[in-house]
Ligand binder design. Structure first.
Ligand SMILES: [Zn+2]
Length: 112
């Protein structure tokens, strides 16, 4: 079951990373679907984007927010006002997405 979710996450999420990176005008080294109990996504110091397979359970506007958030870190590593401006330009309803992630944080703990 988990493998199925991971495969779906790769199909559904990775192409969106490519598309959004193009829109934002940034390039990353590699985008990966990962298994992480603590984070929805991360951007590594080596410009790799990691996204939690559990995002497959989230609405698409939330997926887009997490992608935009991690890609914005390629331009601004800290959560500065400039950073949030970049994300908001990409995802106008980012506040709604952040609320969703907060309210559904328990999904990160789920086994499947
Ligand atoms: Zn961040």
């Amino acid at each position: 079951m988990r493998e199925w979710y991971i495969a779906r996450a790769k199909e559904r999420i990775l192409p969106r990373v490519v598309k959004r990176a193009r829109e934002l005008g940034v390039s990353f080294r590699q985008a990966r679907i990962v298994d992480n109990r603590y984070r929805w996504g991360s951007c590594t110091v080596r410009d790799n984007i990691n996204l939690n397979w559990r995002l497959i359970k989230a609405p698409i506007f939330v997926v887009d927010y997490v992608i935009a958030h991690e890609l914005a870190h390629l331009l601004e590593s800290n959560h500065t006002p400039r950073f949030w401006n970049i994300v908001k330009t990409q995802v106008p309803n980012m506040d709604k997405a952040r609320v969703w992630l907060r309210e559904h944080g328990q999904i990160l703990e789920e086994e499947v």
